[in-house]
Design a protein around this ligand. Sequence first.
Ligand SMILES: Nc1ncnc2c1ncn2[C@@H]1O[C@H](COP(=O)(O)OP(=O)(O)O)[C@@H](O)[C@H]1O
Ligand SMILES: [Mg+2]
Length: 236
Amino acid sequence: MLLEVRDLRIAYGDIEAVHGVSFSVEEGELVSIIGANGAGKSSILNAIMGLVPSRSGSIRFKTAEISRMAAHERARAGIRLVPERARVFPRLTVMENLRVGLYGIHDRSREEKQLEWLYSLFPILAERSGQNAATLSGGEQQQLAIARALISDPRLLLVDEVSMGLMPKLVEEVFTVLQELNRQKGLTILLVEQNALASLEISKRSYVLETGRIQFEGESRVLKDDPRIREAYLGL
Ligand SMILES: Nc1ncnc2c1ncn2[C@@H]1O[C@H](COP(=O)(O)OP(=O)(O)O)[C@@H](O)[C@H]1O
Ligand SMILES: [Mg+2]
């Protein structure tokens, strides 16, 4: 397993939001956690990245226990997060935002190659390269946030609700890019989403999170046909 989470609990003050969840992601897999607003999806990703502390439980990445490591150490180990609402630096240009993702890479020629690759993956970013990120549309900022996370070649990409606020056509485009990164580059992806249908369609396995607990798990195509999931999450 590349990532193995066991009995993870997360609390804000006295209030526990995640009540002991366990799940895993294999190298090369695309796994999703689906759940309604407030289920605890962002808390889980933030705890894996080291942005919120876990109350208890273990998070193993590769062979190391990382739950007490600082966020920058986890980043150095190869974990990257595309945060909810695509937080980019509004006053930096698109190119400068991308370079923020580079820490660790000092090799100029590799840096240029990465930029070229990202600009081919997201052509709109090439066009907007010199513009302040504040001038981008929501969908473009979302693409920039993904590109910034990809620039340093992560081993594990965590994607928080990338479909939020995007038009359906753009959701499809962004999800297609994620799926291609997984299939063609073998990138390991853990994504969390309220958009259950789209997530079940692109992921291999899924976990269904309800108020801080995993209620269902399995192959996405099987979950998609499960009447309980269809009724509660797919509105079918
Ligand atoms: N910084 C915080 N302080 C207090 N409560 C929080 C904080 N962040 C999240 N929560 C609470 O934790 C629960 C899970 O939130 P979150 O992880 O953001 O869920 P999701 O991403 O699935 O919408 C919610 O009840 C939310 O109100
Ligand atoms: Mg969230």
